[in-house]
Design a binder for this molecule. Structure first.
Ligand SMILES: Nc1nc2c(c(=O)[nH]1)N[C@H]1C(S)=C(S)[C@@H](COP(=O)(O)OP(=O)(O)OC[C@H]3O[C@@H](n4cnc5c(=O)[nH]c(N)nc54)[C@H](O)[C@@H]3O)O[C@H]1N2
Ligand SMILES: Nc1nc2c(c(=O)[nH]1)N[C@H]1C(S)=C(S)[C@@H](COP(=O)(O)OP(=O)(O)OC[C@H]3O[C@@H](n4cnc5c(=O)[nH]c(N)nc54)[C@H](O)[C@@H]3O)O[C@H]1N2
Ligand SMILES: [Mo]
Length: 812
């Protein structure tokens, strides 16, 4: 989230599109209710289903799964055509006036530079025109045909209301009504907030869905302001923390990168991370990269990381592929290239796409270790459960070890919520039986591996032998020790960057800010964005002071928000060029003539004069990007791409299947239905229910009773067409598998008219399996396909093609 949950109460308009907050985030959703009471805010829901959020909305419109870019580009087109633009914001805080290279263009659904063989773009044309002074060329009058604004206008021109209706199946009058409501928020005194989750991310172009809305929010001037923002509603209680601390194969904590093979040495690695200014007076905050990186290396390897050995850079693994994401790992596993798999707090047999392939992959492992408080389908993947897990146990040789862990409610630590708040929590119960904390188990494994290296040597023992492990009890690192390490501390006296006579930390003291991180080896810190969370003043994450001066929703003394306890990112953009709030009634910070101050921690150096430094300090532009310079693999603007399985071909380019740069593995390339395949005419999507949390609440009889049985949702029209009775049994199948379910026949789903065809949507909830106390059942992933987002590899769980018929399941 750019903003926070509590800030949602400040909005005038909530758009829930690509999520179902009332169902999946019911506690956070109360801030939508607050906004309704507080300011008479309105709620719009755009979703294939009339879902729980829609049931309390002011306006609902249906949409075909996987067509959101068309809708969003349509709204942008409408706003431009109807002058619903916050012009001062767009001119000054976005790259609208920047000129783009003449070579850049778009035709037939593709941007310039596409290489069909590599399934990738040469992105060299997706950049600005640079002047001889090394700065980007601009046209502040926005007249130049090569300025971003005019390129955007041309790009969205195809997305007329009629086109939206034709591709999304959203009736034109509903679309236009929503445009009108959104357009009002271009006023500097009206804001809109976007709340989204997996309805947008789980697509082969998920990142572009989100960019589409971010661009719209910039055009309306809604980023950095109270009640505005792009609010990604996160999943598991600490999934924000997972990404923050780098639990991705290509990340180092704090969104630093694991080097690639091409970056064989430190100098090469750092050379692409200088982020030189491209507009006068601006530098990207990433210019501090080396400080964050060196402090991380010192946290990892202490005295073994020195200036002379480039901070032990050679200890870091170097990626030979862009990432070892889940799908790549399971692909390798399916090819018998993985011997041992550690599965910690994860039930991939149910949660990853293409169950048949997953089972095949797990059967090729030599050993599987499952660390979980419960017995999961993954730890029992080898056990035959009739049609619910139809495996030949005797042919599976994988050895499975279960290591019982505690669950989140039995341990101590911080959970990071969607609003980036690190909230400390304490154990609510004593763990049962032999359950051990995850940290204890991992410490045992580490200490034993280290001993093996000590006793027997190895090809490269140094990174293991020199790993810092100075915990009070090496067998059991405690949450407070890990948290302090992530915050960072001084290893020698640290002086103020601006005033070298002023000491900001003595050796051994906790650092209070990432501004005190250094790249000379005098500081260590495991995760720079968490600096300030555990200072000499104590554990900031444990703060529970809910005073909120003037009712702004900032709550600065409640827990700790990264970065720097800032509640609204880019909050400098809440003020005009002179530093006065666009909307005085919604002030968050302002320029006093000498400094920035207000209710939040300013997202700009506090003495930076308003007209001198742009508000988007992470970008070398200082401005936000309506046109993305090569950061996205699949284009600088979002363009419509059909899902890999779709009822119609891409109207821009009928030969193009899905996202042209999304990765497709050879082994599953032939497992997609044909476009418009008559055997698979229905669009399926998958989703959650409040009463369950994924697959583990079915171990609890109360949850199991509340949502007792696997079902699929279909419209009355589809039921009538196929002769399916309310509550009747059905079979649903895709190119990859089949499931049996009870049919919930409902008005919540309606057939859509798409490109002259009637398209039925089938909704498939995801909570059932073969373990626990709920009735055995299936989930959507027996049916889903194996392709992910081109930028981040999130699987395309939300749009795939199936068929349905009335059928009793075979006897289990
Ligand atoms: N009770 C409960 N709460 C949970 C969870 C849980 O299991 N149970 N899981 C947590 C986790 S890990 C996560 S990630 C979040 C997920 O939170 P959400 O993303 O809100 O949850 P989903 O139910 O997966 O999907 C949301 C909506 O997306 C819609 N949708 C599907 N395809 C499309 C599309 O193409 N376009 C649009 N506009 N909408 C589409 C679906 O109809 C559904 O209403 O929830 C979290 N909260
Ligand atoms: N078709 C389809 N598939 C989907 C989705 C979808 O919308 N549609 N959503 C996807 C999303 S967003 C998600 S997040 C995944 C969820 O998929 P998973 O993360 O695989 O599902 P969970 O059941 O939440 O698994 C978490 C496990 O962690 C265990 N656990 C709880 N606390 C602890 C602890 O402290 N330590 C350890 N070691 N274990 C613990 C639980 O018992 C549980 O077994 O599913 C994905 N799959
Ligand atoms: Mo999730």
């Amino acid at each position: 989230m750019t903003n926070s949950w509590t800030d949602i109460k400040n909005t005038d308009l909530v758009v829930v599109m690509g999520g179902n907050a009332a169902e999946a985030h019911p506690c956070g959703f109360k801030w939508v209710t607050e906004a309704k009471h507080h300011r008479g805010a309105k709620l719009i829901v755009v979703d294939p289903r009339y879902n729980r959020t829609a049931s309390v909305s002011d306006y609902y419109a249906p949409i075909r799964p996987g067509s959101d870019i068309v809708f969003l580009m349509g709204v942008i087109r409408w706003c431009i055509e109807n002058d619903k633009v916050q012009w001062d914001y767009v001119r000054n805080y976005t790259n609208a006036s920047f000129l783009v290279k003449d070579e850049f263009g778009w035709s037939d659904g593709l941007f310039t530079g596409y290489d069909e063989e590599k399934r990738d773009y040469d992105k060299s044309s997706w950049d600005y025109k640079m002047g001889e002074d090394g700065f980007v060329q601009t046209d502040p009058t926005l007249q130049d045909p090569r300025c971003v604004w005019n390129l955007l206008k041309a790009h969205v021109d195809a997305y007329t209301p009629e086109f939206v209706e034709r591709i999304c199946g959203t009736p034109k009058d509903k679309f236009l009504h929503i445009c009108g409501m959104i357009g009002e928020c271009s006023s500097p005194t009206k804001t809109m907030t976007s709340m989204y989750a997996l309805g947008w991310t789980q697509h082969s172009k998920g990142a572009q869905n989100i960019r589409g809305m971010a661009m719209l929010q910039l055009i309306l001037g809604n980023i950095g302001v109270r009640g505005g923002g792009m609010n990604a509603l996160r999943g598991h209680s600490n999934i924000q923390g997972l990404t923050d601390i780098g639990l991705m194969s290509n990340l180092i904590p704090g969104y630093l990168n694991i080097p690639t093979e091409k970056e064989a040495d430190w100098a090469t690695y750092m050379s692409t991370r200088g982020f030189k200014p491209i507009v006068p007076g601006q530098t990207s905050y990433w210019q501090n990269y080396s400080k964050f990186m060196v402090s991380f290396m010192k946290a990892m390897w202490g005295d073994a990381a020195t200036a002379e050995n480039d901070w032990a850079y050679h200890y870091l693994p170097k990626l030979d592929v862009p990432a070892y994401d889940g799908m790549r790992m399971f692909e390798l596993m399916a090819h018998g290239k993985v011997n041992l798999y550690f599965c910690q707090g994860f039930n991939p047999i149910l949660s990853f796409p293409n169950r048949g392939k997953m089972t095949e992959a797990f059967s090729k492992l030599k050993m599987l270790v499952v660390m979980d408080p419960l017995e999961t389908e993954t730890s029992h993947f080898w056990q035959n459960h009739g049609i619910y897990n139809d495996v030949d146990t005797a042919s599976i040789q994988t050895e499975v070890l279960e290591l019982p862990t505690t669950c989140f409610a039995e341990d101590e630590g911080a959970l990071v919520n969607s609003g980036r708040w690190l909230q400390w929590h304490w154990p609510g119960a004593t763990p049962p039986g032999e359950a051990k904390h995850d940290t204890w188990i991992m410490a045992q494994i580490f200490l034993r591996v280290k001993k093996l290296y000590q006793d027997e040597g190895g090809v490269f023992p140094d990174p293991i032998l020199n790993l810092t492990w100075d915990y009070r009890d090496p067998n059991d690192p405690k949450a407070d020790e890990l948290a302090r390490e992530m915050n960072g501390r001084a290893l020698a006296t640290v002086y103020d960057a601006a005033d070298p006579t002023k000491v900001v930390a003595e050796a051994g003291q906790q650092l209070s800010s990432f501004g005190h991180y250094r790249d000379d080896g005098s500081t260590m810190g495991g995760c720079w964005i968490y600096a300030g969370s555990w200072t000499e003043a104590g554990n900031m994450m444990a703060r529970r002071d809910n005073t909120d001066p003037d009712d702004t929703g900032a709550f600065l003394n409640w827990a700790f928000a990264w970065p720097a306890n800032r509640r609204i990112l880019y909050n400098r953009a809440s003020c005009d060029l002179q530093g006065k709030p666009w909307d005085p009634s919604r002030k968050i910070i302002e320029w006093t003539g000498e400094k920035w101050e207000g209710y939040d921690v300013p997202d700009i150096p506090v003495t930076a004069k308003p007209e001198e430094v742009g508000p988007f300090i992470m970008n070398p532009e200082g401005a936000s990007r309506l046109f993305s310079r090569g950061m996205m693999r699949d284009g600088p603007f979002p363009t419509h791409m059909e899902p890999f399985e779709a009822p119609i071909a891409n109207v821009f380019n009928p030969k193009m299947r899905g996202n042209p740069v999304a990765r497709v593995f050879q082994s599953t390339a032939d497992q997609f239905a044909e476009i418009g395949d008559p055997e698979f005419p229905c669009v399926a999507t998958s989703y959650r229910l409040t009463e369950h949390f994924h697959y583990w609440t079915k171990h609890n009889p109360v949850n199991a009773a509340l949502q007792p049985e696997f079902f699929v949702e279909i419209s009355e029209e589809l039921a009538a067409e196929r002769g399916i009775a309310k509550g009747g049994r059905v079979r649903v199948w895709s190119k990859r598998g089949q499931v049996w379910a009870k049919a919930v026949v409902t008005k919540r789903l309606r057939p859509l008219q798409v490109d002259g065809k009637t398209v039925h949507v089938i909704g498939i909830p995801l909570h059932w399996g073969f373990m626990g106390s709920a009735k055995k059942g299936f989930g959507p992933n027996s049916l889903t396909s194996q392709v992910g987002d081109a930028n981040v590899e999130t699987p395309e769980f939300k749009a795939f093609m199936v068929n349905i018929e009335p059928a009793e399941e075979p006897v289990a």
